[in-house]
Ligand binder design. Structure first.
Ligand SMILES: *[C@@H]1O[C@H](CO)[C@@H](O)[C@H](O)[C@H]1NC(C)=O
Length: 326
């Protein structure tokens, strides 16, 4: 029993982790404004946050924005006004487990469920018969691929997709390189509950700053907003479950890549080429080969994984150009 202190040390870790479970930071005024301009609907007993803004008169076009991991609908704040000048309705949601939505523990998070949540929201908003344009990023790309699959196959409850614009995301598992922190949390096994509790602003900041270009880094206040949204409703504690989407992409590769190959709606890709998760030129070459009918926009060399935040003007122009092309 010489090593009794090791055992005591190991026993202390979970208690320490519980102890470190400090309350989330307060909302900044900007984040508070975002939250109060949205509302909630209920999906299978869970509260889902969404925003639905009425924009340009004289247009009946609707756009729905699907955000990435591990952030939220707040990713779209820089292009929201610009979209409102073109669209009649601009709609976004926080997926379950993200942003201001509920984040149930002991829940099997899945892309399939997220797609059902989007369909439920569209139905809730009375838009089931209306064509909707889908604009997605990262994790949202995968949800969009599932929505497209259901649309292609006329599945009950499917949304009527008018067009799909993807941006930097793991569209193909074979050209996707998850960050170390994602792999650690995804495959942490019994350590995941400790790791997710030990996550703090510093680790979050380190991880996120790697997927923004060096010249397009968010301000510290913006990083705090992202972290605050994540920490709301103890979101850090469900990250390991959400991250199983990386395995789901492999499992459903044929279905989700096939949905793009088989799509009959206009497709576009907006790509920040400095992305370490979906690197250039490997990702783009692969995309062009597999989905030749899609058009694409490559943003400036210094734009990385969050193009709508790093180059909102370039991103918005590329999107509007696509929308006005069909
Ligand atoms: C794509 O279309 C082919 C031919 O119609 C079909 O066999 C295949 O199942 C479709 N794939 C998906 C994922 O929808």
């Amino acid at each position: 029993m010489k090593e009794w202190w090791i055992q005591v040390g190991l026993l202390t870790v979970p208690f320490l982790a519980v102890y470190l479970h400090i309350p989330p930071p307060n909302f900044s005024p900007a984040l508070h404004t975002w939250r109060s301009s949205g509302t909630f609907f209920t999906f299978r007993g869970q509260q889902i946050f969404y925003r639905d803004s009425y924009g340009a008169v004289g247009s009946s076009d609707v756009v729905i924005l699907l955000h990435g991991f591990p952030t939220s609908s707040y990713d779209w704040y820089k292009i929201w006004e610009g979209l409102m000048q073109r669209f009649h309705r601009v709609i976004s949601l926080d997926f379950i487990g993200f942003g201001f939505s509920d984040k149930p523990r002991l829940h099997r998070y899945s892309i399939l469920e997220q797609a059902s949540i989007v369909e439920a929201m569209i139905s809730h908003l009375g838009l089931s018969d209306q064509k909707v344009n889908v604009l997605s990023h990262d994790y949202g790309d995968t949800v969009a691929q599932e929505l497209l699959y259901r649309y292609n196959h006329k599945r009950t409850g499917h949304i009527n997709i008018g067009s799909l614009c993807l941006s930097n995301g793991g569209i193909f598992p074979e050209t996707h390189y998850p960050r170390l922190i994602q792999k650690l949390l995804k495959d942490g096994g019994i350590f995941s509950p400790v790791l997710t509790r030990l996550m703090n602003f510093y680790f979050f900041y380190k991880g996120m700053s790697e997927v923004f270009g060096p010249h397009t880094q968010p301000s510290e206040a913006q990083y705090w907003d992202m972290w605050t949204a994540l920490r709301t409703n103890d979101g850090n504690l469900v990250i390991d479950s959400i991250l199983q989407y990386i395995n789901q992409r492999k499992k459903y590769r044929e279905r989700w890549v096939g949905a793009l190959i088989n799509a009959s709606v206009p497709l576009h890709l907006i790509y920040g080429p400095l992305d370490p998760v979906n690197p250039h030129p490997e990702f783009l070459d692969h995309y062009k080969t597999i989905i030749p009918k899609s058009t694409f926009t490559v943003l400036d060399d210094h734009i990385s994984h969050y193009p709508q935040l790093e180059d909102p003007t370039g991103f918005l122009n590329a999107y509007l150009h696509f929308i006005n092309s069909f």
